[in-house]
Ligand binder design. Structure first.
Ligand code: GTP
Length: 494
């Protein structure tokens, strides 16, 4: 596509014919005036010179043509689009890649056409999306930049052409004043950059808005960057933490200097401290990022402090609930459900170890009269008082006081035989007597008194725990029958 052609052989023939003509006419003209031999030699010499000159000219043209062909092939073989403009900015040569980049201009690339004209046509056919709506202004800037580049080499231009293709244009001025332009199709590169920019923007949006703290660390554990959630979590501004070692946040609690490599494992719960000194429980997940050019660690931090607080509160609530479910609401001692569970439990234990188990049934004497005399609320207070006294009498480990129902209580004494239970029962009687609670309606010295039935046994695996209670209850009945304010020990082993 270069614009020069070799000299055609017919021109050389014309030169030769002209030489012969000159030779003949010269000999005719000189003939009469000069010595014929000398004139003929002179003319023959001149003709020969002309002929030789023509042959040399032909060889030069042939060499030029060959050089141009080589150049043409070289330009064509280049992987980029190449165009050459002369000093008047007219197209002199170009290769087929130019047509591939601008297929809509395939008929416009002709030798001799001016650069400005080509750009105008390309703009008109939508080949320069950036120029849309400001065609003249864009063209003027492009031409000005091209002219300015004559003085100093310009930076490569990145231009979006049709169908989302991108070309990088390098233009260099030749010494003769022309311009050589090289256009490289960098669409793949630009599209990759665009994809990367999009995913980077997504990632940044996520990191900015996630409620999780995100820290990046270098291989030695120094903070490279952190997100707003991490700033809020630790109470430090990003510029205060960047460059610091993560020991500042975690290490003080670990005892040893932390290494990010050691943290790359399954998420682990760690204790850290907020700037204000408050301790936090955090879940830390660390991932290693290793590429050809980068090596760092990304830490995702979840604040578990609130969840921990809620867990503790829930545990406490559950424990409270569990306690309430086995506690008598009025007196605070164990309720009937608790007693039934405990009885089974202790019965099994007694059966296993062969240790005795004792039960004391306690009933307030003439409590109906107490209620009648002092009212139900006072009756409640009286029940609370009696429960306190009983608890004080049977408060060691293995001893339990429960409300059996109404004004009746029951004491279960693990590892305690009848004699031991009798001692406890007597302590209860004494305690109530010493408390001297007014009971004006009671025929028994006008003081509150208790009746107690005591039973004990070594449980047998086949036996029924309830039999122990029944014996204690029978003993209580006997105490009531025998005048109240006393204890009776069951004579029967359960
Ligand atoms: N204030 C109050 N009274 C209760 C409660 N539970 C049961 N009582 C009362 O306790 C009394 C029990 O009466 P009784 O079973 O006749 O027995 P008692 O009057 O103590 O006579 P003895 O047991 O034979 O000495 C009833 O009046 C019930 O109303 C309670 O939670 N609070």
């Amino acid at each position: 596509m270069l614009g020069l052609k070799p000299l055609h052989p017919r021109y050389l023939l014309a030169i030769a014919a002209g030489s012969v003509m000159v030779l003949l006419s010269g000999s005719l003209w000189i003939g009469p005036a000069a010595e014929p031999g000398l004139a003929t030699v002179a003319l023959l010499g001149a003709g020969t010179m002309l002929l030789l000159g023509g042959l040399a000219l032909r060889r030069a043209w042939l060499e030029t043509a060959s050089a141009k062909r080589t150049l043409e092939e070289a330009i064509e073989a280049l992987p980029a689009s190449v165009e050459i403009f002369d000093e008047s900015d007219r197209l002199v040569a170009f290769n087929r890649h130019l047509l591939e980049i601008y297929p809509h201009m395939s008929t416009d690339f002709k030798r001799g056409v001016r650069f400005e004209e080509l750009v105008r046509k390309s703009i008109a056919q939508g080949g320069v999306p950036a120029a849309k709506g400001c065609e003249e202004e864009w063209l003027a800037q492009r031409l000005a930049a091209r002219a300015a580049s004559r003085k100093s080499p310009a930076e490569p231009l990145l231009q979006n052409v049709h169908e989302g293709r991108w070309v990088r244009i390098h233009e260099r001025h030749t010494r003769a004043g022309g311009i050589i332009g090289v256009r490289m199709d960098v669409s793949d590169l630009i599209h990759e950059q665009q994809r990367l920019a999009a995913s980077k923007a997504h990632l940044q949006a996520f990191v900015r808005t996630t409620p999780n703290g995100v820290l990046t660390l270098d291989v030695d554990g120094h903070v490279l960057a952190l997100n707003p959630a991490a700033e809020a979590l630790f109470g430090f501004a990003a510029n205060e933490l960047v460059g610091s070692h993560i020991d500042l946040l975690f290490g003080i609690w670990m005892g040893a200097r932390l290494s990010p490599q050691a943290l790359v494992a399954s998420p682990q719960e760690m204790t850290a401290r907020h700037r204000d000194g408050q301790e936090m429980t955090l879940l830390l997940s660390v991932a290693e990022v290793k590429t050809e050019t980068a090596h760092s660690f990304v830490c995702i931090i979840t604040d578990l402090s609130e969840r921990k607080r809620q867990e503790v509160a829930l545990q406490e609530a559950n424990a409270q609930l569990a306690k309430q479910s086995i506690t008598d609401g009025l007196t605070g001692v164990g309720n009937r459900r608790y007693f039934d569970q405990l009885l089974q439990q202790e019965w099994q234990r007694s059966a296993r170890h062969g240790h005795p188990l004792a039960c004391i049934m306690v009933d307030i004497d003439h409590f109906k009269l107490y209620n009648d005399r002092y009212g139900h609320v006072a009756g409640d207070e009286c029940l609370i008082r009696v429960a306190e006294l009983l608890r004080a009498c049977a408060g060691r480990s293995g001893e339990a006081v429960c409300r059996y129902g109404g004004e009746e209580f029951v004491l279960l004494l693990a590892d305690c035989d009848l004699a031991g239970a009798q001692v406890v029962a007597q302590r209860c009687l004494d305690s109530i007597r010493l408390a001297a609670i007014e009971h004006e309606a009671s025929p028994l010295r006008r003081k509150l008194s208790l009746s107690l039935g005591v039973a004990a046994c070594v449980a047998s695996p086949q036996g029924d725990a309830v039999s122990l209670v029944e014996h204690a209850d029978a003993a209580l009945y006997a105490a009531k029958q025998n005048g109240r304010a006393r204890l009776v020990c069951s004579e029967q082993a359960a």
